[in-house]
Ligand binder design. Structure first.
Ligand code: WTA
Length: 629
């Protein structure tokens, strides 16, 4: 963004029922924020003391920009908080996970049951030679075992790297290799729209290029059970059955890594974002409890997959640290019919529902008759994440799903932040189009390139000014890329989003400022899609942009030049789409592919996506003085 720009801000407010405010965990946002600002360390110290630790900290935080340490020298295990603490107390028989399959099958796992399953699988991993610090890659559908595998790693101090089951073999191989994972945990298949997703087949393509993987644990779901390769594969059920029942929680330092999760970079390969044990636990526990206002009887359904950060923080670690019941459902929102989600809300009595704007817009299209068929009166809090919640979608969500009585918490955050950073806390006035204000615990601003705050109504860069407990600590194997987050704008963490503030300090997030495309709430890097396209024999060069889409927020549009002698004949578009799907998975497939004679470039040879984008959207391309003839 070269020039400043102004945004016309609509002033519409919704006042929640005052009873929400009276009973909220944060009943007075302004006071809580002031308290936090007066003494941030005391604020976090108080929250951290609500959890159990093997040893306390010497200092709450140590800040040597851009490196932070939180709960310095404290010892803990996050699973002791997510499992043992509850299983040993009054939540022993409380459901921790309620799973629904696409065919309606249901499984309920109590805190006690989950505790035992995790300990057994943890011992199983140990028997395969996995120890503290080793990396384990998890490539599974949304089944309880996916969560068990994550927690089992955490139990023994192994570092998990979950790869979303919608990714293809190349994306999987790249992530396994970058993390040098020793063990891969998979399922034979996932189920989606009544069909099977052949995860084991996809994984075996990846495994041809992943020398670090010694063993593959396979959860077998199909009948008859697939035959395993005795040399490399181990049956999940066998491993658990043979394992010893007790597995003490490994003593972890606060700053030991808990997991790596890959997110798209604006250039080059995806980045392995590293999160650590202590700060991440405190940050996700606090935000889950306060932002969703979780009470003992709540039933939380976060519709994300644990393959994304939303699932890590708000299906697994945050809610389980709080001790709530989480609902997970395999499959898609509109299968077998567009009432699938609402039926589940009714059947299970879901009280807190957290989803993405792209899903909300899809439901809007199907019409009000689908939610109208079901009793949604148990819903109490509605959440949104992943991309801007546009005012039309807000209104629909608020009225049709929330019956005008549920506060909407539109949460802004990132894989890198690990936890929510902006929202409208339960009980505060809501403004459609605005995510809200920085939560107590986050110091944020909208600034110009030099780091100076821009006036209300003027667009700028969204930044974080102070370290926060669940912040990323590094990019795996590439600390330079970590430091880059803190370099763009002096003294700040630059989120890469454009935003605007209003007079009351509410923040409206406008979208990415860089080459990341948020498609249906999933972050896709232009670089990855471009290199997948270029790996096709017919393609010489490719440039990819995000194009606004009423349903998905953005879709991918690719501009492609072909090799000499190749013409864009019949079926090439489909073939290219198939090629990208095979390599990266369905999430990264371009919605449109346009063939060009040449791509606009700078004189130094860099493709100017900005020019393509401006042309596509009929906008002014801005400064094109560097464009080659
Ligand atoms: C976008 C997902 C507007 C944003 C948790 C951010 C949002 C990127 C919101 C991170 C929101 C996330 N309003 N935009 N409430 N939440 N984003 O790493 O562009 O998958 O930088 O984390 O999603 O995506 P990520």
């Amino acid at each position: 963004m070269e020039q400043t720009f102004t945004v016309k801000l609509e002033e519409k407010r919704y006042l929640p029922d005052p009873r929400c405010k009276a009973t909220a965990w944060t009943p007075d946002y302004t006071r809580a924020y002031q308290e936090f600002m007066r003494d941030p360390e005391a604020f976090w110290d108080r929250i951290a003391r609500e959890l159990s630790w093997f040893e306390s900290w010497d200092r709450v935080r140590e800040w040597n920009p851009p490196y932070a340490r939180w709960f310095v020298n404290a010892k803990l295990n996050i699973t002791a908080n997510c499992l043992d603490r509850h299983a040993a107390g009054s939540r022993k028989d409380k459901p921790a996970i309620v799973w629904r399959g696409e065919d309606g099958a249901e499984r309920v796992i109590t805190y006690d049951g989950l505790h035992h399953e995790v300990m057994r699988f943890a011992n199983g991993l140990k028997s395969l030679g996995v120890g503290k610090g080793d990396r384990v890659c998890i490539y599974m559908p949304l089944v309880p075992e996916q969560i068990v595998a994550m927690l089992a790693c955490a139990r023994i101090g192994a570092v998990h790297s979950v790869v979303f089951g919608g990714f293809g073999p190349d994306a999987l191989a790249m992530r396994i290799n970058d993390a040098e994972a020793k063990v891969l945990v998979i399922a034979d298949v996932g189920y989606r729209r009544g069909k099977t997703v052949p995860l084991r087949e996809l994984a075996s393509e990846a495994l041809a290029h992943t020398p670090s993987v010694e063993r593959v644990v396979v959860l077998r779901r199909e009948t008859p059970a697939v035959e395993l390769d005795p040399g490399t594969e181990v049956d999940y059920a066998d491993l658990v059955a043979r394992a010893a029942p007790d597995c003490p929680a490994e003593v972890m330092d606060s700053e030991d890594p808990l997991f790596i999760l890959y997110t798209s970079g604006s250039t080059g390969a995806p980045k392995g974002i590293v999160h650590t044990c202590g700060g991440y636990m405190v940050g996700t526990y606090y935000t889950a409890r306060h932002d969703f206002d979780i009470k003992e009887t709540d039933i939380l359904w976060c519709t994300a997959d644990p393959g994304w950060i939303t699932g890590h923080s708000y299906i697994v670690y945050g809610p389980l640290a709080v001790g709530t019941t989480v609902v997970i459902a395999e499959g898609t929102p509109d299968y077998p019919d567009p009432g699938a989600y609402w039926r589940l809300v009714q059947d299970l009595g879901v009280t807190i529902f957290y989803t993405a704007p792209t899903a909300i817009r899809m439901f809007m299209r199907y019409g009000d008759e689908w939610p109208a068929k079901y009793d949604l009166s148990t819903l109490r809090i509605l959440g949104s994440v992943g991309e801007p919640l546009n005012p039309e979608a807000f209104e629909w969500y608020y009225r049709t799903i929330g019956g005008g009585r549920c506060p909407i918490v539109d949460t802004w955050w990132q894989t890198e932040t690990g936890m929510h950073m902006i929202t409208t806390m339960v009980g505060e006035p809501m403004k459609p189009g605005f995510a809200g204000k920085p939560i107590p615990g986050a110091v944020m601003d909208v600034v110009d390139r030099r780091g100076f705050p821009v006036p209300p109504g003027t667009g700028g860069f969204l930044v974080i000014r102070e370290p926060w407990p669940a912040m990323l600590r590094t990019v795996h194997g590439n600390d330079e890329r970590y430091r880059a987050y803190w370099k763009t704008i002096p003294g700040c963490y630059t989120a890469g989003d454009l935003a605007v503030k209003d007079e009351d300090g509410y923040i409206m997030v406008l979208g990415r400022a860089d080459d990341l495309i948020v498609v249906a709430g999933h972050n896709i890097g232009t670089a990855e899609v471009e290199s997948a396209l270029v790996s096709h024999d017919a393609v010489a060069e490719a440039a990819v942009i995000g194009k606004p889409d009423p349903l998905k927020g953005h879709v991918i549009k690719a501009f492609v030049t072909l090799r000499v002698g190749v013409s864009p004949g019949d079926g090439l578009t489909d073939d290219l789409a198939r090629h990208v799907r095979k390599s990266l998975g369905p999430v990264a497939v371009p919605a449109e592919i346009e063939f060009m004679d040449r791509l606009p470039k700078t004189r130094s040879g860099k493709i100017m996506r900005r020019v393509l984008k401006a042309r596509e959207l009929g906008m002014d391309p801005g400064d094109i003085s560097t464009l080659e003839e």
